[in-house]
Design a binder for this molecule. Sequence first.
Ligand code: NAD
Length: 488
Amino acid sequence: MSETRATVAGIAVATGHYIGGEWVDSSTSFEDHSPLDWNIILARVSRGGAPEAARAVDAALAAFPAWSALGPEGRAPYLHRLADLIDRDVERLAAVECLDMAMLEESLRQRVIGRGARNFRAYADLAVDYVPRRWDSQGTHNTVLRMPAGPTVVITPWNAPFMLATWKCAPALAAGNTVILKPAEWSPLSAAMLMDLADEAGFPPGVLNLVQGYGNEAGAALVGDERVRRISFTGSPETGRVIGRVAADHLVPFTAELGGKGPLIVLDDADLDAAALTASRMYDDAGQVCLAGTRLLVQASVRDEFVARVTAAAAALVPGDSRLALTTLSPLIHPDHLARVDGFVTRAREAGDHVLFGGVRWRPDGLWYEPTLIEPHGNDAEIVQHEVFGPVLTVQTFGDDAEAAALANSTPYGLSAIVYTSSRERADALGAALRAGTVWVNTFLVRDLTAPFGGIGISGLGREGGNYALDFYSDLKTYQVREGTTHG
Ligand code: NAD
């Protein structure tokens, strides 16, 4: 056993794996850079592979009987203690996450890290409050029981790493499963801090484990372990397909929260200021948000007014160091990702799409990309049909609501959609027609943790959120007793 730590934002962050309640280092490591200054190596993080994955599954398997036997009431205090510790450490978590993946520190402090604590509280309470369905039929008393499923692998992407890890670990743990978390190699640090907090909260060894490393090494080894009973993945459709094939081979239930290319539909009766403000929020986190409404679909009669407002709002954004309160535009996560985003814009130009503003790096020596708006040559343009995952929006017009719905539903994605209108009737008709897991009307990113969450098409498979997640992480059992044959 060893416990190597790197000092990040003045905080000692473990760089190894957390397995069976102990920190373990690998003999090889990978460099974790800060997007705020790529010359800074924040940490050399252990590069896990098959041995570490197997060891973590061993630990999760060993811890499973006692943890699952505790029942929801017995597990809830652990989750609540962890939530309290997250709240206590918001500043520390925000400081490290900001350096690691460059989300604005103010957002992390005010909103994002606290959501992690809420995830643990919400799922602890939901699991305790579960009322099994009971009914009589065909001479039997019937009950639906939830049984913990077993070791669960959670794989998360680099955007919002802390929030997404808690979003998945919380219901898995509340349902009685033991967990192995594999965060993305581009932002691995807040997951290590979560393990320290779980340790402090007194989680028994092996209940929550961490394996660091690359997707095709550590991730593939974890997913490929036949002892794993659930796989919960958030990331790109490409990786979702790879993991889905393994899950199919092993017949392991699998959820996938994948990419998005959401429409933001602006009807001619909308509050244009509010709609434009929301459109400009699509540049938050440099557009690295799966739920973003990156396709602006605007009724033709208000197109010019709306674009003028979005242009003004985008011009007011302030690129800079995400730690500073004045900054409103953060850099992209990685030079490779910057090249990918710029590649989309370059190809759009070559294809005859019209760049209305932006379309260039903010300055040559950093990972910032200017807020960008593109008018495509047609709906089949690559920039319309593929997730860019950067500060790049497109704008298209439509004549009537039916055309808006048709355009909105014309990509292979279906994660979220946004509608701005002052008519409830038009909103409801569009809401029914839109092919998306979540539809917001005159608002954005409002989330009730009990609501189902997931995507349609290549945006995902299965649903998490509320009891949908607890059902996914459980094996459901129908329990039938013949009437009149038992008493008590
Ligand atoms: P990615 O698919 O490249 O990687 C995601 C995770 O999978 C990483 O931890 C990676 O190491 C791991 N991985 C890669 N190959 C693997 C393999 N063969 N086996 C097991 N694990 C493997 O995605 P990314 O670039 O990190 O994240 C961006 C994507 O995530 C975007 O498409 C975005 O829209 C999506 N996303 C979706 C949601 C949602 O809720 N639907 C939320 C956030 C991000």
